[in-house]
Design a protein around this ligand. Sequence first.
Ligand code: PLP
Length: 396
Amino acid sequence: MSKGRPSGDLRPATKLVVGGRRPEWTNGVVNAPVIHASTILFDSVAALREAETHPDRGLYYGRRGTPTQWSLAEALTDLEPGAEATLLYPSGVAAISTALLSVLKPGDELLMVDSTYAPTRFICDGLLKSIGVTTRYYDPSLGAADVAALFGDRTCALFLESPGSLTFEVQDVPGLCAAARAAGVVTLLDNTWATPLLFPAIGHGVDLTILAATKYIVGHSDVMLGSVTATAARMPALRRMTTQLGHSVAPDDAYLAARGLRTLGVRLKAHGENGLIVARWLADQPQVAKVLHPALPDCPGHALFARDFAGASGLFTILLDPAIDDAGRVRFVDTLELFGIGFSWGGFESLALPIDPESIRTARPWAGAGLGVRLHIGLEDPADLIADLGRALAAI
Ligand SMILES: *Cc1c(COP(=O)(O)O)cnc(C)c1O
């Protein structure tokens, strides 16, 4: 027998455990099971017609999901006080493009942070441009007044990513969102680095918050998945666009993401703690010119990080001594034994990736001290990771 939903105002760690586990969805087991479905069978035409009137709940047709997907979506919504609902997507990029299409139409202008994830730029410079939406990139260090000064007659949306991809600048998300709301501009945030556990975005004034669930939510490097959690005002348009684009998430993938979500709290804590131990050690090494980690006091936006975030996750960048060339950087990454070389991050394992932000930025040229390597710190013992990094730095 299972009890009903717990009552009262629960803390995030508890919400991770109980979220989305409605008895009518779990049917007596702990996790909502994997339910594969395209056709849903109804008892009568009357029952089919009745289901039609509830487009956002109940079994209707496979594309609208089954309890497997609903359970994950509800658990994600529970982590964002003030949010109305969450929709799931086959990847983080699908979540970003659909969220943008739900708020922009031909003739509109989008303000996009210059430190955004590169494929987000491809959406702006490709898909959005082709339908007549113009994108203006803005410097991630701009405060609320400076960003508000950029708002024009056609500005309809402001996109934030904090900390930024590759370079980890922290934005004044509450300040920028308040300025946008006052001007009638819709705000979207890529919150993949922090997850709602370290930064509940809707409560900080964001209208639509996006996760590449592929990263920390899944947490095991074996599923592609995205989510958008939004306010009541933004949900109807988001639902419409999602339905028309036909997005649907496999129940097996939703199941693995829900399973990952249950341990997000303990995993993130370990990623964050291990990451800081390694980052502080790296900052003292002669081959390292700078560590770009928002929890370090000399990182751009550190004061905002300290004000707004409940902690750090495990992803940051090191800039090598300017005397080290690309061959030296390649030798460093190739020599590492515990750090895999590959895209994505957020799994249990450590990764290293050479990065070149100067080739991407357009609002303000990137002026990093030396060549960059992005590190994801996994759940290994940080002493082993430090020994590995020490060996690889010596090999340069
Ligand atoms: C990986 C990533 C995405 C895209 O997610 P996919 O699931 O790989 O499509 C979006 N934003 C950020 C910040 C990411 O790191």
